[in-house]
Structure formats: C-alpha cells, structure tokens
Write a protein that binds this ligand. Structure first.
Ligand code: NAP
Length: 262
C-alpha cells in the first residue's frame, strides 16, 4: 500500500512533534515545518496527502487561511488545536479538502497514552476519518466524536474553569509572600497535590493556559458562574450563616455524587 504522506505545520515542537512521532511509528512519511525550517507551508501542501495544523492557538487562523486554499478535495486538512469551533469553521471555509478537527486531551510529555481521550470533530468527508480513528485507537487512545460547539462548551469547564482556578490560587499564594519551602513544611497530601498542579502550570509556560482561557468563546459565561459562586459562598461565610453554607455544599454534593455529606 502507498505510504501516506503527512505534513505537520508546527511539527518541530510540542503536540505537532508528538503527532509526528506517532505517525512515523505507524509507517507514514512525515514532513514538518516551523518558522525556521527549510520546508515551508507551500512545500508541505505540495508534497502531502494530509496536512495537520499544530501551531499556537493565536496563529492557527492565519495558518489555516494560508494552507487551506493549497489543498485539493482528496486531501485531509486537520488540526490539533485545543479549541474547535473557530479552527473547524475556518478549515471548511478556506479549503475544499476533507476536514477533521482533532483535540488530544493531554500534553506532548505524556509517555503512556492508554486510556487518554481524543476528541474528533469530523466536518467534511468520510475517506480519512476511518484512517485517523484507526491509528489513534491502535495506540490505545479513547476516541470520542463531538461537534465543535459542544467541544468548546466542555472545554469551558475542563480548561477555562480548571486553569482559571489554578492560576488564581497560584497568584494568591504569590501574594502571601510566604516562601514555598515554608509552605511545604505545613502541607497536607491534598495541598501538595494542588501545589504540584500550580507548579506545572506556572513553570511549563503559562502562555498556553492563558490562551486556553482567553480564546474560548464560552469563557465569560463560565467565569460569570464562577464569580457568582465565589461571591455567594463568601457572603454566607461573612454573614456567619454556617448552616446555609453547609446546606449549599451538601446540595452540590448531592447533585454531583448523589449522596449527602455527613
Ligand atoms: N501543549 C499541550 O498540552 C497541548 C495539548 C493539546 C493540544 N494542544 C494544541 O496544540 C497546538 C500547539 O501547541 P503546543 O503546545 O504544541 O505549542 P508549541 O510547543 O509552542 O509548538 C508550536 C509549534 O508551532 C510552530 N510555530 C509557531 N508559530 C508558527 C508560525 N507562525 N508558522 C509556522 N509554525 C509556527 C513552532 O515552531 P517554531 O517555533 O520552530 O517556529 C512549533 O513547532 C495548539 O493549538 C494547542 O492548543 C496543545
């Protein structure tokens, strides 16, 4: 069978490099480009059956606009962006190719892929979908299909709410001026877990996490709920209404886990 040729724009680093490794292992011929590579976007479009956009979120739209018109309807145009609504819409508008939005829900450092989630948003054509789904599943990933709209709504929880919460806690810790090694002496296992998450986010390049929050179209809706909840809890604590605070927490516990906390 003819070897599939895949071109990854943004394949020199991060998720693009991770995907290049996976595809090579599966027998594909892989070409990558970044801003300083010899091969560029035009070369990849000319050489490849499949083009993957894996550049930072803020330049994704521009790259799709550049590469989309260079592809034929037999090709596949896909992306690895952490948001799906805007990239999928742009891939459909700016190319005739088959289009699949793809979001691996993990970072490029992860060694064991088994059981990790990948969301696919198939948007045009059927020819390439089986190939992509098959190679992800072969590598023990759990593959789910979604619409771009539902995906971004879910990411407002998994990324916006989650990372906003981590960033704000890290900022409060910095504001206390208490050194981390001092905090460590007083840490519980629960607190250590949180400190590890904060450290990962703040030291591994907070730029991606900031983009995940600011670029999500559902971010403000989610953060309004978060702000309202904090104000509400704070109000109950301030007013000394311990019973009401307890009732609110119990109600949420019941809704989430179907049981009342003792
Ligand atoms: N990191 C994660 O945990 C993660 C998880 C899932 C999805 N994603 C998604 O994956 C995408 C890439 O994120 P990442 O974290 O992998 O980023 P990254 O590590 O910063 O890598 C970005 C890649 O894009 C290239 N690049 C940057 N600007 C470019 C431009 N104008 N033209 C061509 N290439 C360019 C870079 O190459 P040069 O620097 O060599 O130019 C590099 O190869 C994003 O859409 C992100 O949402 C990331």
């Amino acid at each position: 069978m003819k070897k599939i040729k895949v071109g990854i724009i943004g394949g020199t680093n991060g998720m693009g490099r991770w995907f290049a490794g996976l595809l090579k292992k599966e027998g594909c011929t892989v070409y990558v480009c970044g801003r300083k590579t010899e091969l560029g976007i035009i070369d990849l479009a000319r050489l490849c059956d499949v083009i993957v956009v894996a550049v930072p979120i803020t330049v994704t739209a521009d790259i799709i606009r550049q590469v989309g018109p260079l592809l034929t309807k037999d090709a596949l145009l896909m992306d690895l962006t952490s948001l799906k609504k805007e990239p999928v819409k742009l891939m459909l508008t700016h190319s005739k190719a088959e289009v699949i939005g793809c979001h691996p829900l993990f970072g490029p450092q992860l060694k064991d892929l088994s059981g990790q989630n990948v969301i696919l948003c198939p948007a045009r054509g059927e020819k390439w979908l089986g190939w992509l789904r098959g190679l992800l599943k072969k590598n023990k990933l759990d593959v789910w299909e979604s619409t771009p709209d539902k995906h971004d709504k879910m990411m407002a929880i998994v990324q916006v709410l989650n990372h906003f919460n981590t960033i704000s806690m890290g900022m409060v810790l910095a504001d206390t001026n208490i050194p981390l090694d001092e905090m460590d002496k007083y840490s519980t296992p629960f607190f250590r877990t949180k400190l590890d998450i904060i450290k990962k986010l703040f030291t591994e390049g907070p730029e991606l996490y900031v983009d995940l929050i600011t670029e999500n179209p559902e971010a403000n809706r989610m953060l309004d709920i978060y702000e309202k909840t904090i104000k509400d809890i704070r109000g109950k604590i301030k007013s000394g209404n311990k019973a009401k605070f307890k009732r609110t927490v119990t109600k949420a516990a019941q809704k989430l886990y179907g049981r009342e906390n003792k």
